[in-house]
Design a protein. Structure first.
Length: 134
């Protein structure tokens, strides 16, 4: 009998709102994901390099550095450029085109419905898996 092992996707959540970090972590773990968190811009890049997540959820309003600077650093680094980034922010939609041009795969404003976020995550991970299979 052939055994199949399934990769449990790891998601890095970068947000300074502790309540949101805890809530998203619990909810996404219940959905079957492994979670890594980074509460600020300074720890975000380090966590991405150390844990090599399958996807990053990134807030723009972070202490230390703007989330856009984090996104640009992630996309400029060969070790993390391939990781899809979904931006979730309380900022208005005027940043959307800048964020997408910088390399994010999606832009959502808070509050976001859990089902909508879960669908966006699943879709992006499916896209990434399909690209890797080619």
């Amino acid at each position: 009998m052939r055994m199949r092992f399934f990769h449990k996707h790891n998601i890095l959540i970068v947000d300074d709102d502790q309540d949101l970090l805890v809530g998203l972590s619990v909810w996404l773990r219940a959905a079957g994901y492994q979670i890594t968190v980074a509460p600020d811009a300074g720890s975000a890049f380090h966590a991405a390099v150390e844990h090599m997540p399958d996807l990053i959820l990134l807030d723009l309003g972070l202490p230390g550095r703007d989330g856009l600077a984090v996104l640009q650093r992630l996309k400029d680094s060969p070790s993390t450029a391939h990781i899809p980034v979904i931006v979730i922010t309380a900022r208005d939609g005027s940043n959307e085109s800048t964020v997408l041009d910088a390399g994010a795969v999606a832009f959502y404003q808070k509050p976001i419905e859990n089902a909508e976020l879960l669908e966006a995550i699943a879709l992006e991970l499916e896209n990434r898996h399909a690209e890797a299979a080619r």
